[in-house]
Design a protein around this ligand. Structure first.
Ligand code: ZN
Length: 341
């Protein structure tokens, strides 16, 4: 399987992470990509540089105001003169009868769901490069590759149409799915990150053409807490094309594979033309954000189960944080997929 990668992610190096009132260094660090890259090299995957697709694919998913905000944010922030080293909102208006603000601090609050998406000088460039990585992989699959992996950083699945959050700014998986929609009438996004893909769910909640499925740690006890429940099934024309499969904290390989079988049945009845895997590796038993307990052989089984769906597949990297086994888990899931194809 070919893998798309660029070093341009490095310009995004966030530091701030607020956990239960304690400020820590974020777990979403550039070194993640180095470890994932080692996993790709160990798996003998051919590395491909991304093509630049420009704003078009991003504008299919994100609002003009949001894209303008992200592209101009750092300049406006530094022009304040007394601003900190990263952009963290101190107002979250939750939009009840609110007015779109003109001040950069107001915009920052409007466009962030939480404090876990600090914007620095290189954030916009890195986020744009990540969407190019995802769209390049989608285009390669549209052009005939069976499956392609996209090493996206920063990740994307917590980003809404016009809101950043949870380390995410631009929703790479959603952008890949929208790109695939040019060729396929129906596309599925299957999110196997340990966290619910709330941004992806929000983007497609009223759309019947992109079926969003997320398998994740129980939100009654785990981020994002307010989304990811089984009763969230879509709305309007999208009612019935959103499926959440929350798993008890600490669920291991067998429980995970059972959840994938539930997802398989839903996918088969939807009969999509292509599949996007929002590939979080943070369901690992060794991930620092401990939620589930998938082993390295378990990731191989996940790859096999995905392969058996028999669909053209774009793997988009989501979460998965620094552990000694991060690269091995990527090697394992892609090897499992290839072995079962
Ligand atoms: Zn995650």
């Amino acid at each position: 399987m070919k893998a798309v990668h660029t070093e341009l992610h490095r310009s995004h190096d966030p530091q701030f992470f607020l956990v239960r009132g304690v400020v820590k260094r974020t777990t979403e660090q550039p070194e993640r990509a180095d470890r994932l890259l080692k996993g790709l090299r160990d798996g003998k995957h051919q590395l491909v540089e991304p093509t630049r697709f420009g704003q078009g694919p991003r504008a299919r998913i994100h609002s003009p105001e949001y894209l303008s905000f992200l592209s101009e944010a750092w300049e406006a922030w530094t022009a304040l003169g007394d601003s900190g080293p990263e952009m963290i909102g101190n107002i979250h208006p939750v939009r009840h009868a609110a007015t779109y603000p003109t001040h950069i601090v107001g915009k920052l609050g409007w466009h962030t769901a939480d404090t876990a998406a600090p914007i620095g000088p290189g954030t916009w460039a890195a986020a744009c490069a990540a969407t190019d990585v995802a769209v390049t992989a989608a285009q390669m699959v549209m052009d005939g590759e069976d499956a392609v992996y996209a090493l996206c950083r920063p990740p994307g699945h917590h980003a809404y149409r016009d809101m950043a959050g949870g380390f995410c700014f631009l929703n790479n998986s959603a952008i890949a799915a929208a790109h695939l929609r040019q060729k396929h009438e129906r596309v599925v996004i299957l999110d196997v990150d340990v966290h619910h893909g709330n941004g992806t769910q929000g983007i497609f909640y009223a759309r019947p053409d992109v079926y969003t499925i997320s398998i994740h740690a129980d939100p009654t006890a785990y981020y994002p807490f307010v989304w990811g429940y089984a009763h969230e099934r879509g709305e309007g024309p999208g009612l019935g094309t959103n499926l959440n499969i929350p798993l008890a904290i600490g669920t291991g390989d067998d429980g995970y594979i059972q959840a994938l079988d539930v997802a398989r049945k839903a996918i088969e009845s939807f009969a999509p033309g292509a599949l996007v895997i929002a590939l979080g590796l943070d369901a690992s038993e060794h991930d620092p954000l401990k939620g589930l307990a998938v082993t390295t052989p378990g990731f191989r089984r996940i790859g096999q189960a995905i392969a058996k769906l028999g669909l053209p597949t774009v793997f988009v990297q989501e979460g998965g944080y620094l552990s000694d086994i991060l690269g091995a888990n990527l090697t394992s899931v892609l090897a499992g997929f290839e072995a079962a194809r």
